[in-house]
Design a protein around this ligand. Sequence first.
Ligand code: A3P
Length: 281
Amino acid sequence: DENTRKMKHFFRYKGVVLPQFTENIVHKFENFEVRPDDVWVVSFPRSGTTWTQEIVYLINSNMDIEKAKTVSIDDRFPYLEYLTPGLDAISNLPSPRLIKTHLPLKLLPKDINKAKVIYVARNPKDTAVSYYHFCKLLKTFTGEFDFFLNGICSMVAACAGFWNIKDDPNVLFITYEDMCEDMEGNIRKIADFLGKTLSDKDVKYIEHHCSFDNMKNNAQVNYEWMRHLGVWDNKDKDNSHIRKGKIGEWRLYFNKETNYQINRMVAHKLNASGLTFKYDK
Ligand code: A3P
């Protein structure tokens, strides 16, 4: 149907490639009303967004485990640009709102600095591999992996954009790799940032609930409802939204030449920003 088609296509807006389903609302993001008690999780797709959202959800809801287990992450933590519930519905949600977005800084609401913003970054090579598999799941992509290398450029630019504002008091910049290596530390960092106090037992619970295996087996965060919508390629049983959860899988995909080109591009984009990525465990 029309919505399925829109999920599979992209268009360009102010130099940013966006999914077609945002075409009717893209001009509204800039003036979207931001509230001081909003928490926004911002990322490039496939960077550990859902993982971060689930951690933020448990912390911000004062450990509403029951709701986490019974309501989908999209309903608890809506995706700003997505078709459902839609921008108007998100505008009208009661406080405190939790909002996910994949928009780069230049397309975010002009008042975004009123809210608390957590930016999640992941090394561009693993992000590209993860995105490649996700597009296959969505049946959007049937070409070669090299196509995705072009997409890496915009993701590196997006990370660098947020890295530049990482010291703002309303911004927390975290990385996928750091979460893999020290989930507990990141849970505590996020709780501090949100001004919430967690007991040691809460921290342990979040760590357990948000482990890779538990997230993968949890239908509320593994987007199981997408399977039933017929949007996914259900033939590939090994592929799912929460898929491998590894650092360094890119080594199986990149030949020497491609790797060289990416390293050059990343060095050029990041230049003097001070941001570095971790590519291996
Ligand atoms: P892979 O495809 O490399 O496995 P996003 O939510 O931004 O779309 O990110 C999805 C990526 O995060 C997927 O990467 C997914 O497996 C990984 N992920 C999700 N939950 C995770 C967890 N608890 N631990 C490690 N990786 C996780």
